[in-house]
Write a protein that binds this ligand. Structure first.
Ligand code: G4F
Length: 332
């Protein structure tokens, strides 16, 4: 049975990847932080499956900056594949907490690479990189060769980590890859990211539970895909004969206004009547136009982002309507 270790297993991508690996008959290990509150609802269905939890799915406690503990866990579990998905990933927040963003996104990745470098059985390593490394690029769409030009603390940290992955591959022969991911969303997306904030608000407003939606800049354009498609590509990357970096993207850029239209139309409302701009959600610097060219992933991995923006928005709004209806039933 192949085995995999995931950092960030409780997050959106980690939970989808864990499910996909289990369905591919992997033994799956996850690193989790020991906190007093256990926010692990994305893994709930796996915990409840007594054929899975602690049979083929195992959690281990370690902070990302605790190299000694991570080393001990990796020596003991000897995974075939290591997917590094963890880290503070909110770009706006990275302006508020740049040091800890860099500590985890940049130094956390380097620490893992150092551990892997010393292991007698080295797992294949995947780092989730980000389109934020391109910042305000001169080329559109961007591909694996586009120069990195980050403009946010998160983007700078990811640029460091992405280059370190390349360095460890080229200098120390690690099977290490960067998945350069454009925005990827889902029903499991954290509520502070713009898509989920919009779909939750559209659902709540349509049910009379919320009056207004306060947002920051509406000028950005993003290449939004569906998260499970992206985690599938990550697995495909580690099955290749050679370690390489891949851009994962849909190739289509949409504005925040497009996403607002799709989400509010799903509940037959006009977003213009409900959205207000709030300076609290503006960022000191903004990447405005990011769109990826995933033709390398298409030709080498046989991968293509399958979900359209409209389908994505409708799926997320329906899920949030269901959430509110479940809550109402529980409260009654
Ligand atoms: O949803 P966002 O916070 O995503 P952002 O900044 O593009 O970053 C996401 O995608 C990156 C690329 O894959 C990842 F690396 C990163 O970890 C994260 O997953 O914001 C999208 C856009 C921005 O232009 C932002 O300024 O929406 C704008 N926006 C407007 N109002 C808002 C809001 N963003 C948030 N989070 N909250 C708002 O109220």
């Amino acid at each position: 049975m192949p085995s995999a270790m995931l950092t960030g297993i409780t997050g959106q991508d980690g939970s989808y990847l864990a499910e996909q690996l289990l369905s591919r008959n992997y033994e799956v290990h996850g690193l989790v932080r020991r906190t007093s509150s256990t926010q692990r609802e994305r893994l709930d269905s796996l915990f409840k499956d007594d054929q899975v939890y602690e049979k083929r799915l195992f959690l281990h406690y370690a902070e990302l900056d605790d190299a000694t503990t991570i080393r001990r866990i990796l020596v003991k579990t000897q995974p075939d594949e290591l997917y590094h998905l963890a880290g503070q990933s909110h770009v706006g927040t990275s302006f508020e907490i740049p040091e800890s963003t860099c500590q985890f996104a940049a130094m956390g990745t380097l620490k893992l690479l150092e551990i892997v470098r010393d292991l007698s059985k080295q797992p294949r390593f995947l780092h989730i990189s980000s389109s934020e490394i391109f910042g305000r690029p001169e080329v559109t769409p961007q591909n694996e060769q586009t120069p990195m030009c980050p403009v946010t603390p998160y983007g700078v940290a990811k640029t460091f980590a992405t280059n370190m992955v390349r360095l460890y591959r080229d200098s120390f022969g690690l099977f290490a890859c960067n998945a350069i991911c454009y925005n990827h969303e889902s029903e499991r997306r954290g509520e502070s990211f713009v898509t989920r904030k919009i779909t939750k608000a559209a659902a709540a407003i349509s049910l009379g539970l919320q009056k207004k939606l306060k947002l920051g800049s509406l000028d950005g354009r993003r290449d939004w895909g569906y998260a499970p498609d992206y985690t599938d590509a990550m697995w495909r990357m580690l099955q290749q004969p050679e370690p390489e970096d891949y851009v994962l993207a849909t190739g289509a850029a949409h504005s925040i206004r497009d996403f607002l239209s799709a989400a509010f139309e799903a509940v037959e409302l006009d977003w213009r009547e409900y959205v207000e701009q709030d300076p609290r959600y503006m960022r000191p610097a903004e990447v405005t136009q990011l769109v990826g060219n995933a033709s390398k992933a298409e030709s080498q991995l046989g991968w293509k982002a399958a979900t359209t923006l409209n389908d994505l928005a409708v799926r997320m709004v329906r899920h949030d309507l269901q959430l509110y209806s479940n809550q109402a039933r529980q409260n009654s």
